[in-house]
Design a protein around this ligand. Structure first.
Ligand code: MN
Length: 237
């Protein structure tokens, strides 16, 4: 049983190289997967399952094929694609997971999450997160026309980009207390998340925190099987 994890691909029409790399990953490495976890920010933006997805057709078909061939695919929301819904997940044969969940893996139990919820030092972001994860806000947003949604999304993104540049490295990384607390509440000693774009395997006092990498010049995935875990990177060209 091989379980694969990816996050933070940030797929968008302007980066066909990333979609190609993901296609390649799905047609090669992921063919050995019994389970594939998409841990958020697979898409750079998502304004509703009814919006067109230019440049992603191939990748979405390949995800569906992988699922049809017996690989279980799971999707967790990131801070950019948190509006991915059940309808979309159905089209790629994926199951939508809650924002934090404990899995039973060949190496033991692990808590998995996108990771933005661990960045509690960024109080401004946490406030924003509270707003946009509110079902009432989402319902209202999704009731607007595609044009209106695009405009709002663009505005939110510009503001966030500007603020992130002003923030220190420390503020945009995970808060260690939030990590400790999440591990304790979950009753596990392994955590897997993405979001921070700081891929690493952190050995904590009595736990391990694996951070997935974002896809840019390099792609990243985590493979977990009976022999252990392996955080792998590869060139994207
Ligand atoms: Mn993220």
């Amino acid at each position: 049983m091989s379980v694969y994890f990816v996050s933070d691909l940030h797929l968008k029409p302007e980066r066909p190289d990333l979609s190609r790399a993901f296609s390649y990953f799905l047609n090669s490495t992921a063919q050995n997967a019994s389970e594939l976890y998409l841990l958020g920010d697979i898409f750079e933006a998502w304004i509703g399952d009814d919006a067109p997805t230019p440049g992603l057709e191939e990748v979405l078909t390949e995800l569906k094929n992988l699922s049809d061939n017996g690989c279980k695919i799971y999707f967790q929301h990131g801070n950019r694609d948190f509006l991915v819904g059940e309808q979309f997940c159905k089209t790629i044969g994926a199951e939508l997971l809650p924002e934090q969940i404990v899995l039973s893996l060949p190496v033991g139990d692990a808590v998995i999450l996108h990771g933005d919820q661990l960045c509690t030092d960024d109080t401004e972001y946490m406030q924003f997160r509270g707003l946009v994860r509110n079902p009432a806000w989402q319902k209202n947003f999704l009731s607007k026309s595609l044009e209106e949604r695009l405009a709002i999304a663009r505005q939110l993104r510009d503001t966030s980009k500007q603020r992130t540049t002003e923030k220190s490295e420390y503020i945009t990384d995970v808060n260690t207390d939030a990590v400790t607390q999440t591990l304790a509440e979950s009753g596990v000693n392994l955590m897997i998340h993405g979001h921070t774009h700081r891929p690493a395997i952190h050995k904590l006092e009595d736990a391990t925190r694996i951070v997935l990498g974002d896809w840019d010049k390099q792609g990243w995935y985590l493979k977990v099987d009976d022999s252990g875990y392996d955080l792998v990177s590869f060139e994207i060209d």
